[in-house]
Write a protein that binds this ligand. Structure first.
Ligand code: LMR
Length: 342
């Protein structure tokens, strides 16, 4: 009996050791395991989005001592406009940052920043995305397997083309513009008797060069980084609408992260967002003697800067777009966007 008691004691001790070791093992697999994340986007590494994506990756590597690795794939290298959303939903990539309107098929409300002259500048759009309007839009993505994380701006969009200077709404008549996506941007051009054709971002330079399109809408930074100035003749700085990226993650991947890992990613993303927004302001600023002015002037591109009064004429000509899309996007969201301008 005494011997049996001794065995029982040894058995109990071994069991305790096993349970303790299993506990440690579990901790090691959730906390200590290496995580690899793919972040795919369509612009150059030197743009605000490209630089911020890399900064996000560097910060995450630093904060996790190299345990969490984000690999950034720029310039539509891995996925382009046509397939990146699907690749995100199937978790072939974990993070993307498309312009909001590219989510039109998933949720047409994401076209809100495409509405002409809704946001007066990118600071206003940041305010909207950081507030209840942005939260409402992101919340709607959860049921589609997507987690909305942040919004990054890249300036206001302008018209560029190879045919003529655009100064008033009638100047667009008969021109064919490439648009990134969606009903709002189609409507916007049709309202001005211009054509609109959806073409992936990676094909725009060739389209302009070969003349399959006359022009496109683009932020000043995208004109420079894609070298559109080489294949166009006119830029109209019109601040038509706001180019807003939404940073999105695969929801299953994101929600499945250990709390402390998600906290590392959230903290790094917050810092990267501040950095991106500063870069966007800097890189989209067109002032006398600015780098943009030098590049466009050297390329012999004619630049028209619309005055506030001229922008008002365009806004008036396009007010039907706002009227048509208010019930689609929701009056509450439009009101929140307008309030962000104050
Ligand atoms: C475009 O397609 O024109 C933009 O959305 C590309 C980008 O990501 O800036």
């Amino acid at each position: 009996m005494k011997k049996f008691g001794k065995y029982l004691l040894i058995f109990g001790f071994i069991m305790c050791l096993i349970i303790f070791a299993a506990g440690c093992g579990e901790k090691a697999t959730s906390d200590g395991k290496k995580i690899e994340i793919k972040f795919s986007h369509v612009v150059a590494p030197t743009t605000p989005k490209g630089l911020a994506a890399q900064k996000f990756a560097d910060l995450v590597a630093e904060k996790s001592n190299g345990r969490i690795e984000i690999k950034v794939y720029p310039s539509s290298q891995l996925y382009g406009d046509k397939d990146e959303l699907e690749a995100l939903q199937t978790n072939n990539i974990q993070i993307i940052a498309p312009s909001a309107g590219k989510l039109v098929a998933l949720d047409p409300r994401f076209q809100l920043p495409d509405i002409p002259f809704l946001f007066k500048n990118e600071q206003a759009s940041n305010k909207f995305w950081d507030g209840p309007g942005g939260q409402q839009l992101f919340a709607g993505l959860e049921s589609k397997g997507i987690k909305g994380l942040a919004s990054w701006p890249n300036g206001m969009r302008n018209w560029i083309n190879g045919k003529k200077a655009i100064k008033s709404p009638s100047d667009l008549k008969g021109l064919k513009f490439r648009i990134p996506s969606g009903g709002v941007l189609t409507e916007l051009h049709e309202e001005l008797n211009a054509g609109a054709v959806g073409i992936p971002f990676a094909e725009v330079y060739t389209g302009l060069q070969q003349g399959t399109i006359d022009g496109t809408v683009a932020s000043l930074d995208n004109i420079k980084s894609e070298r559109y100035h080489e294949v166009i003749k006119n830029i109209t700085i019109a601040d038509i609408n706001s180019l807003n990226y939404v940073v999105l993650a695969n929801a299953g991947f994101w929600n499945g992260l250990a709390d402390e890992d998600r906290a590392i990613l959230e903290e790094a993303l917050k810092e990267a967002t501040v950095y991106e927004r500063e870069l966007s302001l800097e890189k989209n600023s067109f002032t006398k003697g600015s780098e943009l002015e030098k590049i466009f002037t050297e390329a012999k591109v004619e630049i028209v800067e619309l005055t506030d009064a001229e922008k008002k004429v365009f806004k008036e000509a396009l007010k039907g777009v706002l009227e048509k899309y208010t019930p689609i996007i929701g009056e509450d969201l439009i009101k929140l966007a307008e309030a962000a301008n104050l």
